[in-house]
Write a protein that binds this ligand. Structure first.
Ligand code: SAM
Length: 228
């Protein structure tokens, strides 16, 4: 498969990472980290876990990991895969995985674009993209996680009837997502009334970014799409 490396725009590291966080990453990341195969083979998600998961959930850009951690605690039979490029976030989720003795999370602590080519078709039952960086300037549209090119990838790695949930509070990002979804054929918008996109989904777990947005008076919009 041909794979064109994309440039990553964003933050990989905060101003300073404490020695404790650095030690945490050095000591424990290898146990929970997904490493990319050396050859062109695809990752067997079942092989990443010590149990047979009933389904697989994928979260892109988990930040501090609160959503992934709480979902994983509530659903021990489900396997959760997360990616986050920001190293301070990866240190935070590692600590939470260890503190809660979580066995059903594996993480890819890097740019998700590097992982995509190694994921098999129809790998996941759910995909979460929660408060993605908005990149509000028109000229930076290509950097947005939801874009027409990535929607083809999401469609490839999701099973039929899988849910893709995109949550944002951003006045440019919401119409952008709806515009992209209008220009693709693989997903349908899972909505029958306006309450569906302003009320939290049934098994919702909040995120750090969401808490900040709510405190500052911004309104989260929950856009659920189903893979055809
Ligand atoms: C606004 S934050 C939201 C974090 C978290 N989802 C929350 O709601 O608290 C967006 C996150 O996406 C991550 N991110 C952006 N592009 C990414 C990429 N290509 N691969 C992995 N993570 C990415 C950023 O590092 C950042 O932590």
């Amino acid at each position: 498969m041909e794979f064109k490396q994309k440039t990553f725009f964003g933050r990989r590291k905060g101003k300073g990472m404490s020695k404790a966080k650095e030690n945490l990453i050095t000591s424990f990341m290898p146990k929970f980290q997904i490493t990319l195969p050396k050859n062109n083979s695809k990752i067997d998600l079942f092989e990443l876990f010590d149990f047979k998961p009933s389904s697989f959930v994928f979260e892109i850009g988990y930040g501090d990991g609160d959503h992934l951690i709480n979902m994983a605690i509530k659903n021990p039979d489900i396997a959760f895969i997360g990616t986050e490029v920001f190293m301070n976030g990866n240190a935070s989720i590692l600590k939470k995985i260890l503190d809660n003795d979580i066995k059903n999370i594996r993480i890819f602590p890097d740019d998700v674009n590097l992982l995509f080519p190694f994921l098999k078709n129809e790998s996941f039952d759910r995909l979460f993209i929660l408060y993605p960086d908005p990149w509000p300037k028109n000229r930076n549209q290509d950097r947005r996680m939801v874009n027409l090119e990535n929607l083809k990838i999401f469609s490839r790695i999701l099973k039929k009837n899988a849910e893709m949930l995109v949550v944002s509070d951003h006045p440019i990002y919401i119409p952008w997502v709806l515009f992209c979804m209008q220009n693709q054929k693989d997903f349908i918008w899972n909505v029958s009334k306006s309450a569906d996109f302003v009320n939290v989904p049934l098994d919702w777990e909040t995120t750090k970014y969401e808490q900040k947005a709510l405190k500052e008076g911004r309104i989260p919009i929950y856009l659920s799409f189903i893979k055809k």
